[in-house]
Design a protein around this ligand. Structure first.
Ligand code: FPP
Length: 232
């Protein structure tokens, strides 16, 4: 067991399509297996005492994928909530969907709201699922909200003013960002919040990610010297 468990882990769950392609399957087969990998990762995080887990499930750019794939992902979000909310509740997990939720169907939005409300008093792992999310869109939305706030002093905006209007307001910044499938990019994920995160990239495709891979990432994180711009 790694010595120090990061309080907040963010994950870019990449490689579902490649996992499927390698097996001669359509991308949706990878997403289906990706949902199982997420379930395993959530369970593992709850077990080892991670406080916050933030995952990138659907980006503002993902609407541009083939219609069947987008439709499948929407159905998968719906079914996963129907299937898993009870178990998340038993495990004391609090769930938040964060992003521009208004673009989803009324039915999906209602289900997200209902699931979040059901789990809102839980005190264990905080699971943040970023959907229709873009880091730049989030900063734009934060500024919009900030500029409309009655207490604003325009000449004196601070970093915490911006943090406090992001979708993640009140949640500490991630300590560790894990990206699967070997891509060395941030891809518009948590642009503000990742300022000082340690980045861990693994060649493992997301559907093959699970507790052993999570522990490996945390072990690597333990070797890093975090300086936050200081000289140590
Ligand atoms: C990236 O793989 C993955 C996505 C765009 C979707 C992530 C969704 C899941 C893991 C499904 C489960 C989520 C929930 C909340 C139930 P990719 O398709 O871009 O992979 P590729 O780059 O290999 O094509």
């Amino acid at each position: 067991m790694p010595k120090q468990i990061p309080a907040h882990i963010a994950v870019i769950m990449d490689g579902n399509g490649r996992w499927a392609k390698k097996r001669g399957l359509p991308p949706i087969a990878g997403h289906k297996k990706g949902a199982d990998a997420l379930k395993e990762t959530v369970k593992a995080c709850a077990e080892i005492g991670v406080k916050h887990l933030t995952v990138y499930a659907f980006s503002t750019e993902n609407w541009g994928r083939p219609k069947e794939e987008v439709g499948f992902l929407m159905d998968l979000f719906m079914q996963t909530m129907e299937k898993e909310v009870e178990e998340l509740n038993r495990n004391n997990v609090r769930l938040r969907f964060l992003g521009r939720l208004g673009q989803f169907s009324e039915k999906l939005q209602a289900k997200m709201k209902e699931s979040m409300e059901k789990l809102q008093n839980n005190t264990g792992l905080n699971l943040n699922v970023m959907v229709n999310y873009g880091g730049r869109a989030e900063i734009v939305d934060a500024l919009q909200e900030l500029l409309n706030s009655p207490h604003l002093n325009v000449g004196n905006i601070s970093e915490s003013d911006i943090s406090n209007h992001l979708y993640t307001a009140g949640i500490p910044d991630p300590d560790l960002l894990i990206r699967t499938a070997n891509e060395m990019r941030i891809s518009n994920f948590l642009l503000w919040q990742l300022a000082y995160a340690e980045i861990y990239v693994t060649p493992v495709f997301w559907p093959d990610f699970g507790k052993p891979q999570l522990l490996e990432a945390i072990t690597d994180f333990n070797k890093r010297e975090r300086r936050f711009g200081l000289r140590k």
